[in-house]
Structure formats: C-alpha cells, structure tokens
Design a protein around this ligand. Structure first.
Ligand code: NDP
Length: 485
C-alpha cells in the first residue's frame, strides 16, 4: 500500500495550508486502484487567501531585477534535477505513467522550463524607437499581474512548470489549479520554488474541480488565464476570460494526422506512430492518432507495428523495465473502452489489442484499428487513450485535404524520404506543431501550441514571453511641441 499524502492540500503564501471543510478528493494510484492520499477542494476562504497572497506578492516580485528572478528559477531547476528520482516516483503515483517515462520526461522537462525562462529573465527588455527631431519612443515590457494556470492530468509536473516558469520570469505571480485527478505534483513544484528563494505568495497551488478553476478565472484580480485541457473546457474558460478581457493561453485537445508515405523508412515510421500514440498510454494532447498510411506499404506497416507492440512491457509502473502503464483513472478507461466499442460497431478492423487487462488498476492494451474511414467516430473525436486509427490513402493531394478536415489543429507529422515533399506537406498542414520524420518532441526552446480549435497562444520558447507580458509605449518629446492654437 503506497502512501503519498501531502502535508496539506494547498500551498499558499509560501506554506502548506489546509481547510478540511472543502470536499475530500481521493487520490487513486492508477496501477492498483488504491487511495494513496486525500486532498480537499479549495473553499471560498482558501481561494480568497490564494488570490490575496498572489496579488500582494506580485509588485515586489516584479520590482526585482530579471537577473534576480532568473537566479531563483534556475536554483529551483537544480533542486528539481537533484530530486528527480523522488519527483518521478510521485509523478508515477499521481498519473500511473511508468517510471521509465517519468524519470526522463516530467521533473526533467519542468526543470528545463525553469532553467530556460530563468535564463531569459534578465534579458527581457523593451526597445528604443527613434523619431524625427530627436524625439523617441521606448517600450517597457511589463508583467500582467496575477496569472492563473489550470492543468490537465497527464503531465502534472510539466504543466505546472510550463505555466509557472514564463509567468514568473516576466514578474507575474501565479495561482495554479491542478486537475483533481492528479493533485500531488504541483505542490512539490511550489515547495521547491520557495526553497530556491521565491518570495511567499508568488506561486500558489489550490486544489479543486472545475468550479474552483471557474471562480479563479472570473476574479477581477486575475489578469491572465492559461488552461491546458479539452476543447469544451477551453471554450468555457475562454468565454469567461473574454468577459473581462483577460489574456489567455489555451492548450487544448487534438486529433492530429500522421502521414506515412510509401517512400518512408518503415521502421522509423512505426517508431513515430508508437511514440505518437502509446507514450503515456496515449494520454498526450499532440498525439498523431489518425495515422494515414500509403496503400503501398500498409501491410508492411501493420505487420511491423504488431511485432513492435508485442514487445511492450505492460505492468508495474515502478518497475524500470515497464514501458506501458495504466490509464489515469477508471473513468478515463471507460471513455476509451466506449470508443473501442464504437470502432468495432462502425466497421473498423481491430488489428491489435482492444481489451482491458485482467488485473487491478486501469490497464488497457495498446490498441490499433485499421481500415478506418474519415467518417468513423474514432477518426473524428479525441479519444485520449492508447487507440491508434490507421487510414489508407493513395495520393498526396487526397491525404492533405483529409488530414486537414478537422476542427482541431494541434499537431501533424509526416514520414517520407523526399525532402521536398516533406516541407511541402508541412507547409500545407493546418496545425501549430509539425514533425518531419519524428513525432512528439517538445523541447522548451521551441514554441508549442495549436491552431484552429486546439488553442490560442504558445507555450515554451521566447514566444511564451509575449503571452505573459505586455508592452507599454512611452512617447518622449525633445523637440519643441506645437499646438494649433
Ligand atoms: P478537462 O478539460 O476536463 O480539464 C482541464 C482542467 O480544467 C482541469 O483542471 C479541470 O478541473 C478544469 N476545469 C474544468 N472545467 C472548468 C471550468 N469551467 N473553468 C475552469 N476550469 C475548469 O481536461 P482533462 O483534465 O480531462 O485533460 C485532458 C484534455 O487536456 C485533453 O483534451 C487533452 O488533449 C488536453 N491536453 C492538452 C494539452 C496541450 O498542451 N494542448 C496537453 C495535455 C492535455 P477538474 O478536471 O479537476 O474538474
């Protein structure tokens, strides 16, 4: 029996805070179904405490030099790396993702974000714009104020850091609400930031369901909202933020195409399809879940895919040899089982997997449907689980129009050995993040985000700075000022 009980449910003004009047939220280890901790949803008093703390801490934090702010973020990155093992175990307990993944992808990518934006913080400046007669304009890059981050459950450490690092680098304070499914990891991020020297109140964590997020989004003290979640939630949060003209970043869902031409290296294409469908048991927003395979290589692709999937080690996520873990929750597993039933009912061919494993926890086999057509539910809706749809195609023109025929536009990928075609195809994709002969890389140096219904704004890279700061324009007159009368 695992125990991951945090010191308290919330982290506000530099310390753990509890209010047991809030609704209890059990934290379930997805590999066993056991309750490993209980946190309490934020009460109105807790939400008020967090907002007051973030508001009063922000000006002092923004008044520090960027270099000073950056030093604290980089120190936090170092602490995260030193504690990678413990943080990875906690991430595995929170999400069920195998330690083999969490030890290289979660606290490490969170630390990358803190280090990267910590490095940028000292060089965030405005510019000088000369005008006629010695007059000039200068711009000041200023913090927005209190930024609210709301996270999904698939990458709780990474999402907390991807939102905190650029926000804090720019001089904002922040309140983060994790998904109620995975409430544990963000508390560690808050603790580490304070240990690294972050002033109390600059980064706060409150627990709760959608209603807590909604209360934060509508509060007048909040200047910006960054959500990672589904498109329906995104529409609600965007609308609520728009009512007060708040800044937003929306990192939402997808149904991304992955096109494999007949000149592709089949082994590499199978690797890309596996990385783009089965990492984190398929619970990745940018997954290439519509795999368009040229008819000429369909048989070879499916054969090799099945052989490679048979090598997946499914089991105890804490075992370093395990490469495929459970789904995050019973509820999500049932959603995915519903899609598998629809795939069968609507006439797709079940080529691999499809069944729940006969063991404790929320384990579902990696699943592949072939002969999928564009109108089938499994080809249209985001499943957010280990289900790959393989669709056939003949020509580039045909596959491009089918690939783009979706409301989503998060990511897209192509495998081909023809360099010219690769760049032509990528230019034609209606998606924010594209891959050529690879899939699902997400280094902090590169912008990440979606177009169409998949999102607004970009996380990571220098582009994120634009979404966590605004420019103030200052006109300076040195020449004689004249007026008509
Ligand atoms: P949800 O949209 O259900 O929830 C996202 C977060 O929003 C949760 O913390 C949720 O709280 C909160 N929330 C729900 N309703 C409201 C509301 N009205 N106001 C404010 N906050 C609210 O997503 P999931 O947690 O199920 O995550 C899966 C989704 O996230 C998928 O669609 C996936 O594609 C997307 N995602 C996108 C990524 C990206 O970067 N583009 C990355 C990762 C995931 P709670 O659930 O606790 O009630």
């Amino acid at each position: 029996m695992q125990n991951a009980q945090p010191k308290a449910s919330h982290f506000i003004n530099g310390e753990y805070v509890e209010d047991t009047n809030g609704r209890p939220i059990p934290v379930i280890y997805p590999a066993t179904g056991e309750v490993i901790a209980t946190v309490h949803s934020a009460t109105p008093a807790i939400i008020e405490q967090a907002l007051a703390a973030a508001e009063s801490a922000q000006a002092g934090w923004a008044a520090m030099t960027g270099t000073e702010r950056g030093r604290i973020l980089r120190r936090a990155a170092d602490i995260m790396r030193e504690r990678n093992h413990d943080l990875s175990v906690l991430e595995t307990l929170d999400t069920g993702k195998p330690y083999q993944e969490t030890s290289v992808a979660d606290a490490t990518s969170g630390a990358d974000a803190l280090e990267y934006f910590g490095g940028l913080a000292g060089s965030l400046t405005g510019e000088h714009i000369p005008l006629a007669g010695g007059d000039f304009v200068y711009t000041r890059r200023e913090a927005l104020g209190v930024c609210v981050g709301i996270g999904a459950w698939n990458y709780p450490t990474q999402i907390a850091c991807w939102k905190a690092a650029p926000a804090l680098a720019c001089g904002n304070s922040s309140i983060f609400k994790p998904s109620e499914t995975t409430p544990l990891c963000a508390l560690q991020v808050a603790e580490i930031l304070v240990e690294a020297g972050l002033p109390a109140g600059v980064f706060n964590v409150v627990q709760g369901l959608g209603d807590v997020g909604a209360t934060l989004v509508t509060d007048a003290r909040v200047a910006k909202v960054s959500l990672t979640g589904s498109v329906p939630t995104g529409k609600k949060v965007y609308a609520a933020a728009a009512a007060e003209m708040k800044h937003v970043t929306m990192e939402l869902g997808g149904k991304s195409p992955l096109i494999i031409f007949d000149d592709a290296d089949v082994e590499a294409a199978v690797s890309g399809a596996i990385l783009g469908n089965f990492y984190s048991s398929g619970q990745v927003c940018s997954n290439g879940t519509r795999v368009f395979v040229h008819k000429g290589i369909k048989a070879a692709f499916l054969k090799r895919l099945s052989e490679r999937l048979a090598r997946a080690v499914i089991g105890d996520p804490m075992d370093p040899d395990t490469s495929f873990g459970p789904m995050v929750s019973e509820a999500q597993l049932r959603v995915v089982e519903g899609y598998i039933a629809k795939g069968r009912d609507e006439g797709a061919t079940l080529s691999y997997g499809g069944a729940r494993l006969d063991r404790d926890g929320f384990f579902l086999e990696p699943t592949v449907f072939s002969d999928v057509t564009d109108d089938m539910t499994i080809a249209r809706e985001e499943i957010f689980g280990p289900v790959m749809s393989v669709l056939d195609f003949d020509s580039e023109a045909e596959v491009m129009s089918r690939a783009n025929a979706t409301q989503f536009g998060l990511a897209a990928g192509v495998f081909t050995s023809d360099l010219t075609r690769a760049h032509r195809v990528v230019a034609g994709f209606e998606a924010g993040t594209c891959f050529i002969n690879t899939y699902n890389d997400a280094p902090v140096e590169a912008p990440f985000g979606g177009s169409k219904a998949s999102g607004v704004g970009r996380e990571n890279s220098k582009a994120a700075i634009e979404h966590y700061s605004e420019l103030k324009t200052v006109y300076v007159r040195l020449s004689q000022l004249e007026a008509p009368f």
